[in-house]
Design a protein around this ligand. Structure first.
Ligand code: DHE
Length: 502
């Protein structure tokens, strides 16, 4: 049944005859698009200086909001207002048009990827030390989605070292080279940006896909893997100059074309791991230079259901996979390919936000749930749920640090989204409910390298990052930011701190 659904979906993307017919019935919308939008968003709607205007890329933008953006423009971007040029009807036709699938899967292969490569500044290999005074391992990278910028903060003084324009709609955790010098960002439109934290320069950019899910970096920092929704593939790039190493079509063992749900690095295994979004399959791709014969080959494991999101124990021998279809999660022994356990969990666990710590001598992981005001704490030795915490609403992110007894969780959805919950990792109880910005969304915490300060986003257009003392919970500093989304500390990322996402 599932296979049939995946096949049907793939077919729909390849031959949406209905879409072609509808297009023919609305020639004016296509003409309006070419006249007013194509210059910035691309003739084929694949994006240009503006984002791609395709249903998959626009999934998070409501049609009503899209109409408003066309009429009024977008502040802090180059998107102008068309309200005085286009009638309401014409705007509505344009909205309908951009939410219509393309008549066929767009081509975005090696040629297109390489042609998009842009080297704004040559990497200066003579530079071997940071060209600033901050501790390079205690920097914070802050993604500001309000006006598509990135700020680099000194993690000791909390001064901003620089702020630069990013690609449109960065998403997911940026990935760092093991020495912490370079960071790679990924936009939902498939742009990969390599940034030098020593010289504070963008050193390379290219577009690896049209709708990209996330990226991972290999254990030795030499390869970037890009998981794409569109086209259906996984792209491997050289982390050095972003040139293409290999494009792996995302086709399941039984021939179904699929989106890639996500890719992560499994450091101790010297591999990338991925799951497919439209087929019940887990992939492991070796990046071990010692295993030359198997380098970049895909090892496939058939799963009982599609896995949307996943998490590993510290040894990377077990994968906990969340599945919408099973209404819970499975535990896969990655070595044998056997499913050793099924867990009933409320809502869909948001495993990408999972964190781990030791509780009563046992390794546990905690995860929020999409659509459910619950946090599950799961013992990873027996894969049992040892505690379910009720929260005032569903949360998105969890964070902690080795040097603090607390884990911090947001309440991203609902009327209590201004609250921040503090969980005692020893008792597994919520011991504090903080409210730093009443009425505003407060979310996503990241610690400095010492676990002394927690940085919290006030997730608003004219928002801020709050620097909070992790012991006294007092706000030490408020740094104004444009809708700060994620914050990432170099040290915590490159040491794979158990309190942060990997
Ligand atoms: Fe995310 C990480 C999936 C919507 C902000 N999000 C991730 C990751 C995945 C994921 C798989 C891990 C990638 C990684 O770090 O390598 N996100 C999804 C979804 O499926 C979902 C629910 C729907 C979608 O549209 O894709 C979704 N995510 C959002 C948002 O709406 C958020 C809140 C705002 C935004 O900017 O899009 C959002 N996601 C984030 C952030 C991270 C993230 C900030 C990195 C968290 C971290 O600390 O590492």
């Amino acid at each position: 049944m599932k296979r049939l659904a995946a096949f049907t979906m793939a077919l729909m993307m390849l031959v949406p005859l209905a879409a072609v017919a509808k297009d023919a019935a609305r020639p004016h919308a296509a003409a309006l698009y070419q006249k007013h939008c194509a210059e910035c968003h691309g003739k084929e709607r694949l994006g240009g200086i503006g984002p791609a205007l395709l249903p998959g890329n626009l999934r998070r933008l409501r049609k009503k909001k899209a109409a408003k953006v066309i009429a009024q423009g977008r502040i802090s971007t180059q998107m102008p207002a068309f309200g005085d040029k286009l009638s309401e009807k014409q705007i509505a036709a344009l909205v309908k048009y951009i939410y219509t699938p393309l008549p066929q899967m767009p081509v975005w292969g090696k040629k297109e990827i390489e042609a998009s490569r842009h080297i704004p500044v040559d990497t200066d290999f003579s530079v071997t030390r940071p060209q600033h005074d901050a501790d390079p391992l205690n920097l914070f990278v802050v993604v500001e989605s309000g006006d598509h910028h990135v700020s680099i903060l000194d993690g000791d003084t909390f001064e901003r070292l620089t702020r630069f324009k990013s690609r449109y709609a960065l998403h997911g955790g940026p990935k760092f080279t093991p020495d912490g010098r370079y960071v790679f960002f990924q936009s939902r439109d498939g742009w990969i940006t390599k940034y030098d934290l020593y010289t504070l320069d963008v050193v390379a950019e290219m577009r690896a896909g049209i709708n990209t899910r996330n990226i991972a970096i290999s254990a030795d920092g030499s390869v970037i893997a890009v998981a794409n929704y569109l086209p259906h593939n996984l792209v491997l790039l050289s982390a050095d100059d972003l040139s293409v190493i290999r494009i792996i079509p995302a086709v399941s063992a039984d021939g179904a074309s699929s989106r890639v749900a996500a890719v992560y690095q499994a450091r101790p295994r010297h591999s990338f791991v991925a799951t497919l979004k439209d087929a019940p399959e887990f992939w492991e791709i070796s990046t071990d230079p010692k295993r030359k014969e198997a380098l970049y080959e895909v090892r496939r494991v058939k799963l009982p259901a599609i896995v949307d999101d996943f998490f590993f124990d510290q040894s990377y021998r077990h994968m906990l996979g969340a599945s919408r279809d099973l209404k819970g999660a499975i535990v896969l022994n990655v070595d044998t390919g056997e499913v050793i356990r099924r867990l009933d969990l409320p809502g869909l666990p948001h495993l990408g936000s999972g964190i781990t710590w030791k509780w009563q001598g046992r390794p546990v992981m905690a995860t929020p749930h999409l659509g459910e005001g619950r946090i599950s704490i799961i013992a990873m030795d027996t894969w049992e749920v040892v505690k379910t915490l009720k929260t005032p609403g569903p949360g998105f992110f969890l964070r902690s640090h080795e040097n603090t007894p607390y884990a911090w969780a947001d309440v991203f959805f609902g009327p209590d989204r201004d609250k921040m919950l503090v969980i005692d990792k020893r008792t597994l109880e919520i011991v504090k409910v903080l409210n730093y910005a009443p009425g505003k969304t407060v979310a996503h915490v990241e610690f400095d390298r010492y676990g002394k300060y927690a940085l919290i986003s006030v997730w608003e257009q004219d928002g801020a990052v709050l620097v909070v003392d992790a012991n006294t919970f007092e706000v030490k500093k408020r740094i104004p930011m444009k809708k700060p989304v994620g914050k990432y500390n170099v040290f915590n990322k490159i040491t794979f701190s158990e309190g942060t996402s990997h």
